[in-house]
Design a protein around this ligand. Sequence first.
Ligand code: ATP
Ligand code: MG
Length: 767
Amino acid sequence: MQARLMPYLDSLNPAQREAVECLDGPVLMLAGAGTGKTKALTTRIVHLLNTGRARPNEILSVTFTNKAAREMKERVGAMLGQAVEGMPWLGTFHSICVKLLRRHAELAGLKSNFTILDTDDQIRLLKQLIQAAGIDDKRWPARMLAGIIDDWKNRALTPDRVPAADAGAYNNRGTEFYAQYQTRLRELNAVDFGDLLLHMVTIFQNHPDVLEQYQRWFRYIMVDEYQDTNVAQYLWLRLLAGKHKNVCCVGDDDQSIYGWRGAEVGNILRFEKDFPGAMVVRLEQNYRSTGHILAAAAGVIRGNQGRLGKELWTEAGDGEKVRLIGHWDGEEEARWIGEEIEAMQRGTRGQAPLGLDQMAILVRASHQMRAFEDRFLTIGLPYRVIGGPRFYERMEIRDAMAYFRVVVSPDDDLAFERIVNTPKRGLGDKAQQTIQGLARENGVSLVEGARLAVESGQIKGKGGGALRELVEGIARWGRMAGDPDLTHMELAEIILDESGYTAMWQNDKTPEAPGRLENLKELVKALESFENLQGFLEHVSLVMDNDKQDADEKVSIMTLHAAKGLEFPAVFLPGWEDGLFPSQRSMDESGLKGLEEERRLAYVGITRAEQICTISFAGNRRVFGQWQSQLPSRFIDELPEEHVEVLTPPGLYGGGYGAAAPGASMGAGQVRSTIEEKMAQADGYNSPGWKRMQARAGQRGLSQPKESKHQVIDLTATSSFTLGERVFHQKFGYGAITGIEGDKLEVDFEKAGTKKVVARFVSTPDD
Ligand code: ATP
Ligand code: MG
């Protein structure tokens, strides 16, 4: 072997190089974030190929996401200096197992064209079984059963192997339903996600000849993010590597963040037992982050017990301290981060200008994304959401906007097609063809075509009645849009209510439904900054359009879970508040398991940053439509003060953290206690303390709810209204409630007379 033919080895440190050059036998690389584990693994693939040890299709490499697999392939190609002809077995556990299972489907009682069910389908199927058995699925929800079954699958347990200790699951009938469910799946020629691995493990266990074939075929096996493998994945690997034992796993126990999905960090510890004589490589030099960032991350993770414990160092110098800032509310936080991103892009923060794709916002929960998306759309900042659709691309948002479009421009046929049978109105293909036919024959829009169909009675029955209602609704909403007495936010709510769209999601029992309703509320909120519906729709289409043109330079928004393995020069970590991060669930749990996993997630977040890491929190947040006072995260306490710079916020609680003067440094722990004190004075949104703070924020021109003079009554809290109560409406002024109907009120206004208004836009006078 000549070194000059292997230039890729030169960019490794000695420990990495050892792991790369040790091609035969088991290797475990156990090291902290940013120490070059993934780099070493990638280089190892290159080395295998370059030395002729294996052909591309003989290497099995498991990554955590498809994105990581793509990147790895590109890097291998770049290092080899030539495109790699197919690496069919480089992918996620699931993508690899789908391929294998299609080849051997018959051994699992399936046909090779089996379908893969998503969570919705899975729950629907379970529900059918439960209901057929006469079980009350309110008391024993299908989702609960789905969770139990997933857990068994993650542990590689087929129905006949569920241990006695689990016999009590799901009111003693878990195992029975699990068996039924598996039978049903086979009948449907379908699998769920967990089955992909479970079936393969079972096939390998029951058919030694098949296993042997792959043991020979996959001459080298490599696994990234090994700390997050579950038992089924682990067994699968152990079976495949059992003969030649050429297996190289890399991981970091401090970054194990999928315990909730059955990952077993213990797999790392078992490795040396299962593969005796394994070479264990430890890496300690971090090449990603500057000193303060590393030290801050180390400070947080130190709070966990039972770690293997690793110290990282860097040659990169101290760099900037981790920045910590508090905000008035979530919108203020989004506004500030938007400005910071633009400043960093221009390089006006005293640093070299950064491209948008060098910055990322990592959130704990995906509902946090909306505030950023709204803000970025407003200011025209290109962004991408990794691991999910962007806000305005979500199904419910597109549906709602299609309704708005039909109202604003009844010629919009595409929008009409989208909503004509959403929610279901009994208008199938045939009815829609009738409408289209009429529109074509008469040279009119689909809405007009629909009106003709109604008038001529060509669509009969339930569908006909529903279509009449829709057509009349569209005409009525169109007239309302011209009513100067009605805000466009109110109009939007009326459209979504009267069309039955909101009710559709309210009656939907899938796990996604509450989130979709939240998004719809968020959509109405987003309308506030526009003059009318049309202005809003134009804005969205312009921004979405612009967006397509400069496709590559975008800020990334993603969850912390999705950020694993990635790195960015600048990282924003918003929403560090107790109950959000750490999550409420982890705080409610007895024992430390959940909280420790959250802490590892914090560690993952901070260690994604190369140069600038900014942590933030908000004092108030709207959670499911309710304003809630928030406390800074307990993890903020754990940030070592000497590595943190507390930025003077634009005005939390009326400016600064009490004693901290602008620019002054204040310890992270101190920040929390100062804020807790302030919060104690102000319990909740309706307290006098809150109003005082609100008023002070108002003086400083901070963002705050529009109805600042008045106590805000939430949409969900209509029951708090009483007949005869005096209320205030922005357009109509003061009046008394004369009727209450769901979330709508009839109010006798002193000046404007009697009107129906949406409760959300009414407040009670604060006097
Ligand atoms: P994580 O635990 O977050 O997945 P990791 O250990 O996989 O981190 P990598 O992503 O492989 O770390 O590497 C982190 C960064 O350090 C990358 O930008 C990589 O190119 C760089 N790097 C790794 N090893 C070296 C090295 N020997 N010399 C210079 N840069 C390196
Ligand atoms: Mg990595």
